[in-house]
Design a protein around this ligand. Structure first.
Ligand code: HEC
Ligand code: HEC
Ligand code: HEC
Ligand code: HEC
Ligand code: HEC
Ligand code: HEC
Ligand code: HEC
Ligand code: HEC
Ligand code: HEC
Ligand code: HEC
Ligand code: HEC
Ligand code: HEC
Ligand code: HEC
Length: 404
């Protein structure tokens, strides 16, 4: 018996039995004449003394001074029932019958053993991962009785993943309550609705929401800035329901149906804060927007209907500002002396030569003042007494003509 055959079988009992028999046999042979060999080069034996083995007394292994036949399998010594007084596989050790050195490569310490998960059956994780045999769930772990591999792979605990394939709609909060799986952060919009009302299982962001069952006018129940997106700080000031101006598909563009708007009330909204207001440099007026604008577009401006008799209707090509040079309601008459007649604006365009009062013997011309309304009698008289009309000229000017 030069060397021990393979280590004893799995069960502690069997191991102990075999050891006993072997040791007894060795004891008888060694008795004869084997002196202690203190300077013995132990590497020769094929069992080099490394780590704690090197520090141990010879007798720890060679009980009774018997050298030959000392078992080499770790389990032969490090098992319950071994004759050798040494650390044995603890009772709470993970269930395995594999040779110790498959996982324990150190002779200094038992801790830090690595475990290859090859061949581990799905769902069997807790057999070992119960906190005593192998690392279990830390105290702050999400509460779950599911097998570890529901959420973990064997290569690492983090990141935890979860296959939502079998999850029933509406049951999300069973896990996503902040203890079993990620819950709503503290600043989450306040809602008791099931997570999947707004979230998919693939990612929390972006949150989406199916508005199909939302009743008109109820938007602000959620869209108050805490439950769902609310009005930004610079939003037009309004207490109207969001759907007055917004659809559910997107905030922009905002639209608004003017169907029920009472004429003359436009500025309630169109004040530059609630809805588009007058841009800077706008025609100075306090009148309601609809005096000049339609509800469909700001330009072109509807022709303003003047109430002033001083206004002479002109072609559309003549813009407000051409007369309203001060960009306000009152007119700065270019030739104030002739206001409110045509000449009040057109005196400079008066051509005296074309307005003869008499031709012979002396040529007398009309004055602007005489023809200030462009429509007065522009007769040609026979002489300076201006009593007999020689020619009647009736082609006076109209402001709606193309020219004078
Ligand atoms: C940790 C256990 C352990 C310790 C400690 C130990 N040995 Fe050994 N020794 C063995 C093992 C195992 C064998 C190999 C037995 C075999 O292969 O048959 C062995 C073999 C031997 C042999 C060869 C026996 C033979 O003829 O085949 C001698 C001699 C020996 N040891 C001497 C010593 C001495 C001296 C010490 C103390 C300095 C010592 N051993 C400490 C475990 C140990
Ligand atoms: C022949 C018996 C014997 C064999 C075989 C043996 N050991 Fe040891 N082992 C011992 C003794 C004796 C000690 C020293 C105990 C002490 O220091 O009190 C020890 C110590 C250790 C220690 C240090 C921690 C502790 O328990 O004190 C480790 C780790 C260890 N052995 C691992 C192994 C491994 C791994 C194998 C197999 C590769 C193995 N041993 C094989 C007898 C053995
Ligand atoms: C399949 C791998 C595997 C096998 C085989 C195995 N062990 Fe372990 N053992 C481990 C792991 C993993 C640990 C825990 C290590 C840790 O806590 O760092 C452990 C822990 C131990 C501990 C406790 C360490 C401590 O300080 O908590 C001892 C003692 C031990 N094993 C002895 C043995 C003995 C003896 C054998 C052979 C009879 C054996 N083991 C077989 C993997 C194994
Ligand atoms: C036979 C026992 C055993 C079984 C069954 C087992 N493990 Fe392990 N596992 C261990 C031991 C021991 C360790 C610690 C030693 C190590 O890290 O290698 C470990 C480590 C891990 C680690 C940490 C790996 C690392 O490198 O940080 C993960 C993750 C893990 N196991 C997941 C699982 C999962 C998932 C299952 C079920 C499919 C499972 N284990 C089944 C024994 C087992
Ligand atoms: C329902 C899913 C789920 C199940 C089942 C589950 N875990 Fe976890 N586990 C998690 C989540 C989520 C984390 C946190 C991961 C993170 O921080 O990224 C976690 C974290 C851990 C961590 C801490 C990782 C670290 O380093 O922070 C360990 C260890 C762990 N789990 C072990 C286990 C064990 C052991 C089991 C089985 C007994 C188990 N878990 C079952 C989801 C699960
Ligand atoms: C059985 C438990 C469980 C149920 C039920 C469940 N989840 Fe999860 N979910 C998890 C675990 C575990 C994770 C991974 C760890 C974590 O993120 O907390 C996770 C992750 C997520 C993630 C993050 C995905 C990523 O990769 O970032 C989302 C999103 C999610 N779940 C949504 C849902 C929704 C929506 C539902 C309902 C339809 C749901 N979950 C139901 C356990 C569950
Ligand atoms: C009514 C809709 C709604 C419901 C129901 C809802 N959420 Fe949310 N959740 C949101 C919105 C909106 C956000 C913000 C998303 C963003 O920042 O893009 C959000 C954000 C989150 C975030 C933060 C994502 C990140 O990384 O910033 C988490 C985690 C989350 N929700 C989890 C949940 C969980 C868990 C539930 C169910 C218990 C739930 N939510 C129910 C609408 C909802
Ligand atoms: C039960 C809560 C709830 C109600 C009621 C509700 N919403 Fe939402 N809405 C949400 C959530 C949650 C989102 C997605 C997260 C976010 O954008 O804040 C959302 C998103 C939107 C979006 C952005 C869509 C996108 O894809 O960009 C618009 C627009 C919107 N809602 C309009 C409305 C309008 C209009 C109403 C009223 C008819 C309304 N919502 C009623 C919860 C609600
Ligand atoms: C009276 C009409 C009106 C009402 C009512 C209204 N909005 Fe608006 N909203 C607007 C207009 C106009 C804009 C600017 C649109 C643009 O820039 O094209 C706007 C812009 C927004 C924007 C910014 C869009 C972006 O991305 O710039 C959000 C968000 C918004 N509104 C949310 C709401 C919410 C929430 C409500 C209800 C609580 C609401 N609004 C009610 C008219 C309205
Ligand atoms: C209850 C509020 C409200 C009232 C009253 C209102 N509007 Fe509006 N209006 C809006 C909103 C909101 C919009 C869309 C956002 C914007 O352009 O400011 C809008 C848009 C417009 C537009 C731009 C249309 C486009 O598609 O470009 C015009 C023009 C307009 N309104 C004219 C009027 C006129 C004229 C009146 C008075 C008869 C009026 N509005 C009364 C809220 C109102
Ligand atoms: C007395 C007539 C009048 C009134 C009343 C009036 N506007 Fe105007 N508005 C104009 C004229 C004229 C323009 C210049 C149009 C142009 O350049 O074609 C104009 C231009 C605008 C424009 C710029 C259009 C563009 O795209 O260039 C906006 C916006 C506008 N007005 C809004 C308003 C609002 C809001 C009100 C009511 C609070 C209002 N207006 C009242 C006459 C008026
Ligand atoms: C041909 C010159 C002319 C044009 C073009 C013109 N206006 Fe006037 N408008 C007047 C005169 C003249 C008055 C009376 C001023 C006065 O008596 O002080 C007047 C008065 C007004 C008033 C005061 C109220 C009223 O009805 O008398 C408003 C408002 C006004 N105009 C707006 C406009 C707008 C808007 C436009 C362009 C769409 C416009 N006007 C185009 C000449 C014009
Ligand atoms: C408040 C000033 C004002 C008054 C009053 C006025 N106009 Fe004008 N008229 C203008 C302006 C401004 C124009 C455009 C610039 C120009 O052609 O001088 C114009 C243009 C015209 C044109 C040319 C039209 C064109 O299409 O080019 C005729 C013709 C005209 N006016 C006739 C008259 C007549 C006739 C009267 C009196 C019944 C009159 N206007 C009163 C300001 C006035």
């Amino acid at each position: 018996m030069k060397r021990h055959t393979k280590g004893p079988a799995a069960s502690n009992l069997a191991a102990a039995l075999v050891l006993l028999v072997l040791c007894a046999a060795v004891l008888i042979r060694a008795d004869a004449a084997e002196p202690r060999r203190m300077n013995f080069d132990h590497t020769q034996t094929g069992f080099p003394l490394i780590g704690q083995h090197a520090r141990a007394q010879c007798e720890s292994c060679h009980i009774g001074g018997i050298f030959k036949g000392t078992p080499t399998q770790c389990a032969s010594c490090h098992m319950q029932g071994s004759r050798i007084a040494v650390t044995v596989k603890p009772a709470n050790h993970m269930p395995t019958n594999a040779p110790c050195d498959q996982c324990h490569t150190s002779t200094v310490t038992w801790t830090g053993a690595r475990f290859r998960h090859m061949g581990v059956l799905p769902g069997s994780c807790t057999q070992c991962h119960n906190g005593s045999m192998a690392p279990g769930k830390p105290a702050n772990h999400v509460q779950t009785t599911a097998s570890c591999d529901t959420c973990h792979r064997t290569s690492a605990w983090v990141p935890a993943t979860f296959n939502h394939a079998t999850v029933l709609p509406g049951t999300c909060a069973q896990c996503h309550n902040g203890s079993q799986a990620r819950g709503k952060p503290a600043n989450h919009i306040q809602t008791t609705a099931s997570c999947d009302t707004c979230h998919r299982t693939s990612a929390w962001v972006p949150a989406t929401f199916n508005h199909a069952s939302v009743l008109p006018g109820t938007c602000a129940q959620c869209h108050n800035g805490s439950q769902a997106r609310g009005k930004p700080a610079n939003h037009v000031q309004t207490t109207a329901s969001c759907d007055t101006c917004h659809r559910t598909t997107a905030w922009i563009p905002a639209t608004f149906s003017h169907a029920t708007v009472t004429p003359g009330t436009c500025a309630q909204c169109h004040n530059g804060s609630q809805a588009t207001g007058k841009p800077s440099g706008h025609f100075v007026t306090t009148r309601s927007c609809d005096a000049c604008h339609s509800t469909t577009a700001w330009t072109p401006v509807l022709r303003y209907t003047h109430s002033s008799p001083n206004y002479k209707p002109h072609n559309a090509g003549v813009t407000c500002k051409q007369c309203h040079t001060s960009n306000g309601e009152t007119i700065t008459w270019p030739f104030a002396a002739y206001q409110p007649d045509c000449a009040g604006c057109h005196a400079s365009r008066f051509k005296p030569d074309a307005h003869k009062k008499t031709q012979t013997p002396t040529t007398v011309l009309y004055t602007v003042s005489e023809l200030r309304n462009c429509a007065g009698s522009c007769h040609l008289y026979t002489d300076n007494t201006f009593t007999t009309i020689k020619t009647t000229r009736s082609s006076h000017h109209r402001s709606t003509d193309g020219g004078f």
